[in-house]
Design a protein around this ligand. Structure first.
Ligand code: PLP
Length: 383
C-alpha cells in the first residue's frame, strides 16, 4: 500500500525494519543513536553546534509547535499569526489554550503571506513580541516565504517561531543566517521519511537560557529539555541519560528514534535539494495528471507547493469522498478521508518514499475509480 498522505508517509522497508527490535533507551548502545540523530538533524536546520541545540520531545508535530510557543512566548504575551489555513488555526488554538494572546493576521485565500502585511501589523502594535509562521501550510499546499518574512520581523526587533512540520528537510532553512528565529519545529515523520512519534525543535542556546521558566509545563518546556541533555540537574529525571545530546527526559519511542537514524542515511544520500527535486517531480506528475483527467486543483500552478495537492471535489452528485478513498485503497493507494479546505476537496501528499511513477499510477487509479463511481462532472469549486 502506498500512502499518499502528507504524514504519516510511505516509508522505506529498511526504515520500518529498524523498528522490529526491543531497545532500552538509556542503554549505552542506544545513547550513541541519540547522539548521532542529534548531530545529523542540526545541520539540516542550519544549526551551529556551539550556538544551537536540537530539542527532542516525545509525540507528534503539535507537541513541538506547542512547546516552542510555551518556551519562547511568555504567558499573556502577544503572538502575531498569519492565518494561512488549517495549521495556522491549530497554532492559534495551541497558543490560546496555553494562555498566550494571538493577534490574527488575515491572509487572502490562494496567496502567500505578504511581508508588507506582517510589517504593517507589527508597526501597528509594538506589544507583539513574536510572529509564528507555518512554512508549508499543509491546509492549502502553499509555501510561505519564511526567510523573507523572518528578515522583516527581525528588522523590527521581534522574534520568529517556525512550524516547519511539513517543510523540514524539504525546503531550505538556515537558522544560523536568521538570528531572529527562536525555534524551528518538525517531526521524525513527513520529509525525513521516518515513522511518527518524535518531534524536534532547533533553537538558539542563548534563548533557551533566557526563556527558562516561561513554559508553565514541565513536559513541554524546551529549556528543561536543554538542561537535561546538557547535564544540568532535572529533578525526577533519569540521571544516567542526562548528559547525552539528544537524550529524551522521559521514555521515548526508542524504535522511532532508531528508524529515524536509518531514514537519515537515506536523507543524507540525496540531501535537501535532492529531496525537494523528487517531491517537486511527484507534485508535477500528479498535478498535470489530474488536470488532464478533468479534475480541478485548488491552487493555481504558480502557488502550488511540492508537499500536498488539494483537489476540488467533483461537482457530480455521485461524488462521495469515502467511496473514492475506498476505491483507491482497493487499487493500492491510500489518501486522506477528510479535507481541510473551506470547500469540499480531497488531499494528496507528494512526500514520502514515493516516486513520480507512483504518482502517475495513482492518477490512473483515480481515473478508474471516478468511472466506477459513475462521475461525469469532474470539475469542482477550488478553495
Ligand atoms: C502535520 C503538521 C503538523 C502536526 O503534525 P502532527 O504530527 O500531526 O501533530 C503541524 N503543522 C504542519 C504544517 C503540519 O503539516
Amino acid at each position: 500500500m502506498k500512502l499518499l498522505i502528507p504524514g504519516p508517509v510511505t516509508t522505506h522497508p529498511s526504515v520500518r525494519a529498524a523498528m522490529a527490535e526491543d531497545y532500552a533507551p538509556w542503554d549505552n548502545d542506544f545513547r550513541a543513536i541519540y547522539a548521532r540523530v542529534y548531530r545529523r538533524l542540526l545541520p539540516i536546520a542550519g544549526g551551529a553546534p556551539d550556538r544551537h541545540a536540537v530539542l527532542p520531545l516525545q509525540g507528534c508535530g503539535h507537541f513541538a509547535v506547542e512547546a516552542a510557543i510555551r518556551t519562547f512566548v511568555p504567558k499573556g504575551a502577544k503572538l502575531l499569526l498569519p492565518m494561512t489555513g488549517a495549521y495556522a488555526d491549530r497554532a492559534a488554538r495551541l497558543a490560546e489554550e496555553a494562555g498566550r494572546t494571538v493577534v490574527r493576521l488575515p491572509v487572502p485565500a490562494r496567496t502567500r503571506t505578504s511581508v508588507e502585511a506582517v510589517t504593517a501589523a507589527l508597526e501597528a502594535d509594538p506589544a507583539i513580541g513574536h510572529v509564528a509562521l507555518v512554512y508549508s501550510e499543509t491546509g492549502s499546499g502553499i509555501i510561505h516565504d519564511v526567510p523573507a518574512i523572518a528578515a522583516a520581523v527581525g528588522r523590527l526587533g521581534r522574534r520568529v517561531l517556525v512550524d516547519a512540520v511539513s517543510a523540514f528537510g524539504i525546503l531550505p532553512f538556515d537558522i544560523s543566517a536568521l538570528d531572529m528565529v527562536d525555534a524551528i519545529s518538525f517531526t521524525s515523520n513527513k520529509g525525513l521519511e521516518a515513522l511518527p512519534g518524535m518531534s524536534f525543535t532547533v533553537a538558539p542556546i542563548e534563548r533557551l537560557d533566557a526563556c527558562r521558566g516561561n513554559a508553565g509545563s514541565w513536559s513541554l518546556d524546551l529549556s528543561d529539555v536543554y538542561d537535561h541533555q546538557s547535564g544540568a540537574a532535572t529533578p525526577g529525571a533519569r540521571r544516567n541519560t542526562r548528559s547525552v545530546p539528544g537524550a529524551a527526559r522521559f521514555t521515548p519511542p526508542a524504535q522511532v528514534v532508531a528508524a529515524l537514524d536509518v531514514a537519515l542515511d537515506r536523507y543524507e544520500a540525496v540531501g535537501q535539494a535532492g529531496r525537494l527535486a523528487r517531491y517537486t517531480a511527484n507534485m508535477r506528475t500528479f498535478y498535470d495528471g489530474i488536470v488532464a483527467l478533468g479534475l480541478t486543483p485548488c491552487l493555481p500552478a504558480h502557488v502550488q507547493g511540492p508537499i500536498i495537492v488539494n483537489v476540488a471535489a467533483p461537482a457530480d452528485p455521485a461524488w462521495d469522498l469515502q467511496r473514492f478513498v475506498d476505491g483507491l485503497k482497493a487499487r493500492g493507494f491510500l489518501i486522506s478521508n477528510f479535507y481541510n479546505t473551506p470547500e469540499p476537496s480531497f488531499r494528496v501528499g507528494c512526500i514520502g518514499a514515493i516516486e513520480p511513477a507512483d504518482m502517475a499510477a495513482a492518477v490512473r487509479a483515480m481515473d478508474a475509480v471516478l468511472r466506477d463511481m459513475g462521475i461525469k462532472e469532474r470539475a469542482g469549486t477550488p478553495s
